[in-house]
Design a protein around this ligand. Structure first.
Ligand SMILES: [Zn+2]
Length: 267
């Protein structure tokens, strides 16, 4: 069954993963900018990473018939040095003009610190000024609910970006209701251990319905599974969900949200 993986860090994956994803039905991916597993030592390091996202990965994906798109930002883990982060942010506008760039992301909070919040606000401002979609990373574990609320408040306080142009990712059972009720899109990340399993994601779909909800693998350099989306499709199928419901969650919904950018294409 065809699917879109709207959050996966392909720079960290081998080419065989593209091949296996294509065989499992993947037609498109979107790759948010994120932490490399170590802090970059200069803004130039980010520049090179953005070139990799916008020029190198689309070519690697195309070999397997997968359309690659990306999001540009500085992630919250590297926002503690505010001066450094602002230098990086100054590099971003030129990349927002490139084909296949869908918006600003994944921005958000990690430890909910004051500096992270300052850089989050700077990037909300950037997205608003350039009329961009936003993809949001929410913190893990005990900081998640508080961070999710802080992020939604920051977007609402800015006031220029409509909630339906923002996807709040890594939602879990205790945050998904807050996100959907405020009009945002919600993403469920399927990880082998932390975050959501395919079973938990199927439970959430059964409790909250299918509107403004998607699933992704967030595959990266850590323990993660680039085939998590088709595994969740399989879980839904075993539970008796219709092909229409499964396709809505794993294909139609990402297509609807991402198409608002005017730059998403699967042709
Ligand atoms: Zn991510």
């Amino acid at each position: 069954m065809r699917y879109i993986d709207p959050h996966i860090h392909m720079v960290s994956r081998v080419t065989d993963d593209y091949q296996r994803m294509a065989q499992a039905g993947c037609v498109a991916v979107t790759e948010p900018a994120f932490w490399a597993g170590f802090d970059r030592s200069s803004p130039q390091g980010f520049y090179d990473y953005y070139v990799q996202l916008t020029e190198v990965e689309p070519k690697r994906a195309a070999q397997f018939g997968i359309k690659h798109h990306c999001w540009i930002c500085i992630n919250p883990k590297e926002a503690e040095d505010v001066g450094f982060a602002r230098e990086v942010i100054a590099l971003i506008p030129q990349f927002l003009e490139k084909p296949g760039v869908l918006g600003v992301g994944e921005i958000g909070l990690n430890k909910n610190s004051k500096n992270e919040l300052e850089i989050l606000e700077a990037q909300i401002d950037l997205a608003a000024k350039h009329n961009q979609l936003v993809l949001v990373h929410t913190p893990h574990l005990e900081d998640k609910l508080k961070g999710t609320m802080l992020i939604m408040d920051a977007i609402a306080n800015d006031g220029r970006i409509a909630p339906d142009r923002v996807l709040i990712d890594h939602v879990e059972e205790h945050t998904v209701g807050h996100v959907l009720s405020r009009g945002y899109w919600a993403g469920m990340t399927l990880y082998p251990e932390t975050k959501m399993t395919p079973q938990r994601a199927a439970d959430v779909i059964e409790c909250y319905g299918q509107e403004r909800l998607w699933i992704n693998s967030a595959g990266d350099w850590g323990c993660s599974d680039p085939l998590a989306v088709p595994k969740c499709q399989q879980e839904m199928k075993l539970r008796g969900h219709t092909p229409e419901t499964i396709e809505r969650i794993s294909y139609d919904n990402p297509l609807t949200f991402l198409s608002q950018s005017g730059r998403f294409s699967i042709e």
